[in-house]
Design a protein around this ligand. Structure first.
Ligand SMILES: [Zn+2]
Ligand SMILES: [Zn+2]
Length: 76
């Protein structure tokens, strides 16, 4: 597997530890939060946008709270 953001090789999951932490910080601070996500803001990992908190991480796209929290829990 590789990190969706930096393509660093990782054993499992979708984000390296650095990026899991970075996105978790943004989620916690509501930084880059999309107010009313549409399909255009779908999560780069799972493709969902409904019933999720979507965080924009330019230029890498959008990531949902579910994946961010899962990756953060896996990496911590
Ligand atoms: Zn990374
Ligand atoms: Zn997702």
């Amino acid at each position: 597997m590789e990190c969706f953001i930096c393509s660093k090789r990782i054993e499992k999951g979708y984000l390296c530890k650095d990026h899991a932490n970075k996105l978790y910080e943004k989620l916690k601070n509501r930084e880059g939060k999309i107010e009313s996500p549409t399909w255009k803001n779908h999560c780069s990992i799972c493709g969902e946008h409904e019933n999720r908190t979507i965080i924009e991480y330019p230029p890498h796209g959008y990531f949902c709270d579910k994946d961010i929290i899962e990756e953060w829990n896996r990496c911590k």
